[in-house]
Structures are given as structure tokens and as C-alpha cells.
Design a protein around this ligand. Sequence first.
Ligand code: NAP
Length: 238
Amino acid sequence: MHRLETRKILVTGASRGIGAAITRRLLAAGSHVVAVARDFSDWAEHPPQLETITLDLSDLDRLPDQLGEITRTHTELDGLILNAGHGRFGSLEEFSYHQIREMVEINLLQHIYMARALTPHLKKQGHGDLIIIGSEAALSGGRKGAVYSACKFALRGLAQSLREECSQSGVRVSLINPGMVDTPFYDELDFAPGETPENHLRPEDVADAVEMVLQAHPGTVFDEINLNPLKKVIRFKK
Ligand code: NAP
């Protein structure tokens, strides 16, 4: 069993929302965290086991070199939590072609690049965890969610394939699919989850799932975890 206090884990989208909750949970458990996002100016705490890397994950031309630098610098990484993402919703024709491309870059392609760069290291090491934060939108499509859902469905395929590819090397791959979580994800959207505690997950609930996956017996894989608010309510903003 690789105890959390001995682990070094990279978390993308760690500056706020779900990624920040996961980061805080891992730091509290004693893990070393390499936190990736574009803007950490809201982070008040800077404990010694936290290292922040400011990176635009959707800059795919530069990403392979930047990831090469991360793998050279952080040779002890034994966990990768691919959480960064961005929500934009609307009928397909409301998206420009450029916006479609931006959505696919941040919600799918960067995940594939990250996994491409970092899983060889985990495999060589013979142990480690890759956790992808998917969504309920990875399981069923819905109105106004075509682009987002297409990316999340694809992440499910990525997780399932890598789960098979990596298991012989001792690396566990898991997909966590939350329903609506109360985070800044909704700040620029015209809807949000309902406000009562039964209507939304908390970012800490997703951190609970991550912690459970990481702390499972080394021979056990949570292939996929779906978690949802007790009562789904979508609140439309004026
Ligand atoms: P959030 O509060 O908006 O946080 C998104 C995170 O991703 C931020 O840390 C942001 O950091 C980072 N990010 C976005 N674009 C980036 C880029 N180009 N380069 C680097 N980092 C970038 O959203 P959240 O609710 O925590 O969502 C996290 C993940 O959970 C996403 O994959 C989302 O699809 C998924 N999810 C969310 C919900 C929900 O209801 N909230 C439900 C299911 C799944 P910077 O802006 O500092 O770069």
C-alpha cells in the first residue's frame, strides 16, 4: 500500500473548484502535490509540500515540451489527476468553429497529451494512479451539451482503454463522474445547480472519491465512480 503521505501527485485545474478541493485533501493527508492551472492568485496557503505550475493546458503546441520538463523535474510522481476543464453549453449552431476547437482542446486533447507524457513514467515505475474527472455528461448526452458531452464520452473511452493498457504495469486508471458540483464552473453559465444541499455535490465529495480510489488496496481498481446530488435541480439564472 502506498500511503498518501509518501505520494507525489499532479493535479490539473487545481486553482479552484474540484481541483482545489482535491489538492487541499491531498495536502492534508501529507502528500506532495504538483498543482497545475493558469492562475493561482486566489491561493492563500503555500505549504511546503505544494508546488504550483502555471500552465495553459490548451496551448497544445507548447504542451509536449512543458510536460517533458515536468517529467524531468518531478521524477517521483506516482499519481496524476486530470481534472481541468471548462463548461460551455448551447445548441451546436451557437458555437463558432473556433469555440468548438477550444472546447475540445481543454476538455479532451490536453488530457490525452497529459496521459501520453506521464503514463510511461508511471508504468516504468511499476505503480501509480491515473484518475480522470469525467462527468455525468460522460454517460448520457443532453440538450445543449453536444460538445461538452462529446469530450466527456471520449474521456470515458480514454480511461477504459488506458485501464486495460496500464494494468499489467501496475498502474491503476479510474474515471470519476460527478453530477452537478457547486463550483465556479457555473459562474459564466446561465444555469447552476439548485442551492439546497440536496441539489448539488460539494467539491469535497469528489475529493472523498479521489481519496477512496487512491487508498484502495493496490490490487483493487475503482474503474468508474458515478456520484450525484440526491435531488437534481437545475436553477436557471435570469
Ligand atoms: P472550475 O471551478 O471552473 O475549475 C476549473 C479548473 O480548471 C480551474 O482550476 C482552472 O484554472 C482550470 N483550467 C481551466 N482551463 C484551463 C487551462 N486552459 N489551462 C490550465 N487550467 C485550466 O470547474 P470545476 O467545477 O472545478 O470542474 C473541474 C472538472 O470537473 C472539469 O473537468 C469539469 O468538467 C468537471 N465537472 C464539473 C462539474 C460541476 O458541476 N462543477 C460536474 C461534473 C464534472 P485556471 O482558470 O486558473 O487556469
